[in-house]
Design a protein around this ligand. Structure first.
Ligand SMILES: [Zn+2]
Length: 398
């Protein structure tokens, strides 16, 4: 992935508190120095910054790594008919809408996204634009069109492959086009009514072919999985991240503790699909399942599963592209606490997206992707919505 063009400035940011992606730093460390788009140092409040260096004084704010949406779809319009609209939109209009959605995400502190399924490789085009112009939108990790079976989940995004040979060819084509990650629809999904979410679309052998071929090209592989068999098979096949992991059945959800323990032991990251805009009604099924889903994600966390937040933003009106902070709030409220929820959306998200060493931490050498919120989200997670400033690659965008 192209590195973001650095900003020329050298400056310092001061805030009352710094959460570095894992923990709150000691109260004395309040000053982040940014140099050419990178974090160069974290200084104590007593440190006098060089006279010519501008200091952004943010006052009673908490500075965090920019949030990372580990599972978005910039091609979807967050309407009730997103799946239909993406098929009829003309290329130019779709690209223009994606630009606006990407830009809006930064207003909510989201400075990196992993797009896990587009049409016509449009997210790769946008990736190049935001890498050159940090103010244009977040850093983008792009999968291109997801690989699915004929008529399978999200078939309309344009990449159907039904056997080992076709899967290999599809992965090769994606690699040639320069994707950052290979996305495979291992089970059906709710968005595609002709599919059954809990049923597998591929055999274990076919999933192995997909993951192995991705790794052959040096790419990570992400599996969309709802049903128990698909979850177990994708884990056994060697996928690097598991998306959703809802353990959906025909009537509800039925988590399998044995598989969850195996996921925890594997250290594979699970991207959970929390995040709903308040006041917008999700489907009655989802609303009735929410308490069980929250108990399930808490149980996964307790069993030691590495969890990040992949809200599937863009899917429907309850999931606009800016929904991630609500997923953070919901995950904290599920019982894991604020620090774990914030780490899931920053440090762990960076690992899930192949951005370890690049984003997700406030540490020297990382990109200066930063979110400042007024108040203290460690004490009151709702403060995550109080955006005071956002920096992408050292460029102040809010
Ligand atoms: Zn998705």
């Amino acid at each position: 992935m192209a590195r973001t063009e650095p900003a020329a400035e050298r400056f310092a940011i001061r805030a009352r508190r710094i959460f570095d992606g894992a923990a709150l730093l000691p109260a004395s460390r309040t000053t982040v120095v940014v140099d050419k788009g990178l974090i160069s140092a974290i200084e104590t409040s007593g440190t006098r910054v060089e006279g010519h260096m501008p200091v952004h004084e943010l006052g009673d704010a908490t500075l965090l790594p920019g949030l990372i949406d580990a599972h978005t779809h910039l091609v979807f319009d967050a309407s009730d008919t997103a799946a239909v609209n993406v098929q009829s939109a003309v290329h130019r209009d779709l690209a223009a809408a994606m630009r606006l959605r990407a830009r809006a995400m930064m207003d909510h502190g989201i400075t990196s996204v992993r797009d896990l399924g587009d049409r016509d490789y449009l997210s790769l085009m946008l990736r190049e634009e935001t890498a050159k112009q940090p103010a244009a939108g977040p850093r983008i990790v792009a999968a291109g069109p997801p690989i699915t079976s004929t008529g399978g989940h999200c078939w309309f995004l344009g990449c159907e492959a039904d056997d080992a040979e076709a899967i290999t060819a599809a992965v090769d084509d994606h690699a040639l086009r320069g994707v950052d990650v290979i996305k495979v629809m291992a089970t059906g999904g709710r968005m595609t009514p002709t599919t059954v979410p809990h049923e597998s679309q591929y055999s274990l052998k076919e999933l192995r072919v997909a993951a192995d071929r991705a790794h052959f090209h040096g790419l990570p592989a992400a599996a969309h999985v709802h049903g128990r068999r698909g979850i177990g098979d994708a884990l056994a096949a060697g996928f690097d991240t598991l998306e959703h992991v809802s353990f959906m059945t025909a009537t509800g959800i039925d988590p399998d503790p044995g598989i969850i323990d195996a996921i925890a032991a594997s250290r594979v990251i699970v991207s959970i699909t929390l995040g709903l805009l308040p006041g917008v009604h999700a489907s009655p099924l989802m609303e009735s399942l929410t308490p069980r889903i929250l108990a399930h994600v808490k149980d996964m966390a307790d069993r030691g599963v590495r969890i990040t937040l992949g809200p599937d933003s863009g899917l429907n009106p309850a999931k606009p592209h800016t929904v991630l902070p609500y997923a953070v709030e919901q995950f904290a409220g599920a019982g894991v606490g604020a620090a774990a929820a914030l780490a899931a959306a920053t440090q762990t998200a960076a690992a899930a997206c192949g951005l370890s060493g690049v984003a997700g931490r406030i540490a020297p050498g990382r990109e200066a992707d930063l979110l400042a919120v007024t108040g203290n989200p460690l004490a009151n997670i709702a403060d995550i919505h109080n955006v005071a400033a956002v920096y992408h690659a050292g460029v102040r965008v809010v």
